[in-house]
Design a protein around this ligand. Structure first.
Ligand SMILES: Nc1nc2c(ncn2[C@@H]2O[C@H](COP(=O)(O)OP(=O)(O)O)[C@@H](O)[C@H]2O)c(=O)[nH]1
Ligand SMILES: [Mg+2]
Length: 453
């Protein structure tokens, strides 16, 4: 009897051990929402490492304090206002992000957030003090060389064709000027702008001042620089705390990527930056911004999918006031610019933002334009100007196009300054625009000879 009982107990124990060992591993995990802070913290570690790799001296807010890591909020944090609470609750109410969507957004952003030059690392792979990727000490000739590399597509297009014209027709006459005109027009500079440049060339020629090829290049550079040097002063982002920078543009032009790059730039300058996920139309857009936020150490204020972007931006401004941020950078939706509702939404956004700022206008509104779309970019500016007080342009993807000449058309047509140009997908590829260096890089003779002064 005893032996049978002992046998039964032993069999039960064996069965229990067997069950324990063969149990599916995820059964031991808490619910998704409980697991979230831990996994986000792991991402936070990676982001912190990436940040140290970018700028060793920069002090960055702990990712654990971000909105996007609700579980990690300090219990000593100030009680949140109703709006902020609503936003954070709304964030948690968003349908669970598909793991692959986040993973792929992270992989994409990671590739773009990492400088080309790998940071020196310790055995453990920890960054130990790489050079700052921001070209603070960049010499003018280095700046021109970097721009030339980025503008290789455009230079290989119309600049090479211009150079060929000169080698085919060494003397400068009316027919050469006509050929130049044709090249400029096909380079997406736009008919009006090309005409303006050509009128000047003809005047110089008639005055006997275009003696050789170098004189023509010089005249083209001068004209391009005059066109690109819009006198608009510097951006007004330091006058108020917080300042608001609104980023607009159609889908796919590079808004969110530009925001990530700008957030990195301004954070490196010591500003406290808060991001507002105003593109509530696409869940993926919010996710992409969040991943950028984590990489560069900036919290992201977001709302429910399809929420009113005005309320998200309003909340972000209030949160920035309360928590002492210097700058709010707001993403916006960019679904087809020809659809009226987007423009109405943007008008409302600008009005609401202005209210949140105590009645003053939005500090800066930049329109992001994709240079690969050529003359379409000029048209997009017309559409957006009807809705928003666009103060400047970010021209992206100049690295992947032969249509870089469109920059002249945009500025000449609209008289708005280009503030930044995108020469690639990485953080350091967003460069502050400087007309002189840009024009030197674009219109340098492709022969490898030194440029005439
Ligand atoms: N080559 C290149 N790609 C860019 C540049 N800026 C953005 N992109 C890419 O363009 C795509 C769309 O960018 P995204 O920021 O999502 O556009 P959004 O829809 O306007 O927010 C992404 O794959 C970016 O990496 C740039 O300057 N050069
Ligand atoms: Mg976007």
């Amino acid at each position: 009897m005893d032996t049978a009982l002992i046998g039964l107990i032993a069999a039960t124990l064996v069965a229990l051990v067997f069950l324990f060992l063969t149990r599916r591993p995820d059964e031991s995990l808490p619910s998704d929402s409980e697991a979230e802070p831990e996994s986000r913290e792991a991402q936070g570690d990676a982001a912190q490492r990436a940040l140290r790799a970018e700028s060793p001296s920069r002090s960055t807010p702990s990712l654990g304090q971000q909105d996007t890591a609700p579980g990690a909020r300090s219990p000593l944090a100030q009680p949140a206002t109703a709006t902020a609470t609503a936003t954070e609750t709304a964030a948690r109410e968003l349908p669970a992000e598909p793991a692959e969507a986040r993973a792929s957004a992270e992989a994409e952003v990671a590739a773009k957030a990492t400088p080309d030059q790998a940071a020196p690392t310790t055995q453990a792979g920890e960054a130990v003090g790489p050079p700052d990727n921001e070209a603070a000490e960049e010499q003018p000739q280095d700046r021109v060389a970097a721009l030339k590399r980025g503008l290789a597509g455009t230079r290989g297009g119309f600049i090479t064709r211009l150079a060929k014209l000169f080698s085919a027709k060494p003397e400068i006459d009316a027919s050469l000027i006509e050929d130049i005109e044709e090249v400029l027009i096909t380079a997406d500079i736009g008919v009006k702008t090309a005409d303006r440049i050509l009128t000047h060339l003809r005047e110089r020629m008639n005055a006997g001042a275009l003696e050789d090829e170098d004189a023509v290049w010089r005249c083209l550079r001068e004209q391009a620089e005059v066109i690109l040097s819009v006198d608009a002063g510097s951006m007004r982002l330091g006058e108020h705390k917080p300042s608001l920078l609104l980023i607009a543009g159609v889908n796919g032009v590079g808004k969110t990527t530009t925001i990530g790059k700008l957030a990195s730039k301004y954070t490196a300058q010591g500003r406290r930056v808060l991001l507002a996920a105003g593109d509530t139309f696409r869940a993926a857009a919010v996710l992409q911004l969040e991943v950028w936020g984590q990489r560069v150490g900036c919290p992201v204020v977001k709302g429910k999918e399809g929420a009113d972007p005005s309320s998200v931006v309003f909340d972000a401004i209030k949160r920035a006031e309360r928590d002492g941020y210097d700058l709010v950078i707001a993403d916006t939706a960019g679904r087809l610019h020809t659809k009226q509702p987007l423009m109405e939404e943007l008008k409302k956004l600008q009005r609401t933002a202005s209210k949140a700022l105590g009645g003053r206008p939005v500090d800066e509104i930049l329109l992001v334009l994709d240079s690969t779309t050529g003359q379409n970019a000029v048209q997009q500016m017309y559409m957006f100007r009807e809705a928003l007080d666009i103060g400047g342009v970010v021209l992206t993807k100049l690295d992947g196009t032969a249509k870089g000449g469109v920059i002249l058309g945009i500025v000449d047509e609209h008289k708005v300054p280009v503030r930044f140009i995108g020469l690639g997908e990485k953080v350091e590829d967003l460069r502050e625009f400087d007309a002189t260096s840009f024009v030197r890089a674009l219109f340098e003779k492709p022969s490898g000879e030194t440029m005439a002064a």
